[in-house]
Design a protein around this ligand. Structure first.
Ligand code: SF4
Length: 90
């Protein structure tokens, strides 16, 4: 897994640092630093959380097959089966 940050989008609000401080650090100079560009798999959940939290969608995880954009944060609604009331036959 490789962490890619689009620094043109990043606004250094440190939300990613809150999610994954092992990987992201916003320093006193107000710039984001990626501490581990290739973090271990153990940190995947935290990095994914950082991806979700980033309001600028500046973080992507590259798993080798090209950078993949994170899925939209909104949960998909399950397709509800339509329940039709049946009238009992008398
Ligand atoms: S959460 Fe996004 S915008 Fe904020 S510092 Fe991290 S990469 Fe930059």
């Amino acid at each position: 897994m490789r962490v890619v940050v689009d620094f043109d989008l990043c606004e250094s609000n440190a939300l990613c640092m809150a999610a994954a401080p092992e990987v992201f650090e916003v320093r006193d100079d107000d710039f984001l630093y990626v501490l581990q560009e290739e973090p271990p798999e153990e940190l995947r959940a935290k990095v994914e959380e950082a991806v979700r939290r980033c309001p600028k969608q500046a973080i992507t995880i590259d798993d080798g097959a090209g950078a993949a954009k994170p899925p939209p944060a909104a949960a998909e609604k399950p397709a509800g089966a339509e329940i039709k009331p049946t009238t009992p036959e008398l």
